[in-house]
Design a binder for this molecule. Structure first.
Ligand code: AKG
Ligand code: FE2
Length: 358
């Protein structure tokens, strides 16, 4: 028997960015309260049109529908760019998420990882256009979050500067596989419970494709804290769901909460079993950013160190999985050199994408 999820109602505030300059004080207050409580909030009137979001989703679908061999020409690398499929094992579950993702960045890490224009014409330009727009919205939120902590307006922005080639922010396209409705088997995890490790995440979802749930019980960033009472994030057209990441939690001396969340393995009445798409923009700092809160609760770390530690914690399993896929099933797809801990990568993983495989 599968245990029933325990649900509780929690408020996930909706914050309008309308007339941003005029209303900045009110918006700052609302954002600060949301960051200090659930750590999750939805923004509206942000200036990214529905048409723009829909065309990015369309592009994402066009990518994921490509043959595995083609997607494997832009494989995931430890710079946190590229495509992977069922490779991410969450420490909370020990199981691979039932999804595939393609991570994109603005700068130098993407050198070998942009999909060729021959495959999907305009993919790079269209993605970058969307990313720049999400960056602009993020920058407005950064001003409010800086004010909320008593920093000067450009304090966070200076460390998330799009002009810097080492900016580590990521736009992640996500495609969750369809989950079969099997009565008594434990359903496979879509995206296991985790907290985001970056600064601030902006998440685009599709109406009707539910599954995102939160469990806000973390007091300090050094502890995982895993309660078992969940709250569904109800998505409405036009909103962007935002959440604080671990980086901002430590940068605020634990004042702003980085909340545990998951995309539930569908198993109960009303759950969404079909394939699911989402797009997440993870704001991550430049490498030489100095991260320390106003009260200096935690030792200062650089953006580079912070990312390295997070990659070790959250992605060591992915590295191992991809390395073993490479040895076991490596096929000679397209010769291309990419950094993989110093190795040249010629053999790309080739995996079957059946939704039911464990
Ligand atoms: O797909 C979603 O709705 C959430 C994804 C997520 O939490 C993540 O990629 O960190
Ligand atoms: Fe997340």
């Amino acid at each position: 028997m599968i245990e029933k999820t325990r649900y509780v109602d929690r408020e996930i505030p909706h914050i309008s960015l309308k007339d941003f300059e005029k209303r900045i004080d009110d918006i700052t207050q609302e954002l600060r309260a949301a960051a200090e409580n659930t750590g999750f909030f939805a923004i509206t009137d942000h200036g990214i049109s529905e048409t723009e979001v829909n065309s990015m989703f369309k592009l994402s679908e066009q990518f994921f529908v490509l043959p595995e061999e083609t997607k494997a020409t832009v494989p995931w690398t430890p710079q946190n760019v590229g495509w992977e499929s069922r490779g991410q094992v969450r420490p909370a579950t020990g199981l691979a998420d039932q999804k595939e993702t393609y991570n994109l960045q603005f700068g130098e890490n993407m050198k070998n990882t942009w999909l060729s224009d021959d495959v999907l014409p305009g993919f790079k330009d269209k993605s970058l256009g969307f990313m720049r727009h999400v960056q602009e919205v993020s920058e407005r939120l950064m001003i409010c979050l800086a004010r909320g902590l008593g920093f000067k307006d450009d304090y966070f922005h200076q460390y998330h500067d799009i002009r810097r080639p080492d900016l580590q922010s990521v736009l992640r396209l996500l495609h969750y596989f369809e989950v079969p409705k099997a009565a008594d088997t434990k359903p496979l995890q879509r995206c296991g419970a985790h907290a985001d490790w970056g600064f601030l995440t902006l998440l685009f979802q599709k109406p009707g494709q539910s599954g995102l749930e939160i469990c806000p019980e973390r007091e300090v960033v050094t502890e995982q804290g895993h309660g078992n009472e969940w709250t569904k994030v109800k998505f409405e057209k036009g909103m962007i769901v935002c959440n604080i990441g671990d980086l901002l939690m430590s940068w605020s001396d634990d004042r702003f909460k980085s909340t545990l969340h998951r995309v539930k393995a569908p198993s109960e009445e009303g759950d969404f079993y079909d394939e699911r798409y989402s797009i997440a923009f993870f704001n991550q700092p430049v490498k030489d950013a100095i991260i320390q809160g106003p009260k200096k609760k935690y030792p200062a770390v650089t953006g580079e160190e912070f990312t390295r530690k997070a990659m070790e914690k959250y992605y060591s399993a992915l590295k191992k999985t991809l390395a073993s896929q490479k040895t076991e099933r490596g096929t000679k797809t397209k010769k291309r050199k990419a950094e993989w801990g110093g190795e040249s990568r010629r053999h790309m993983p080739r995996r079957k994408c059946k939704a039911t495989s464990a």
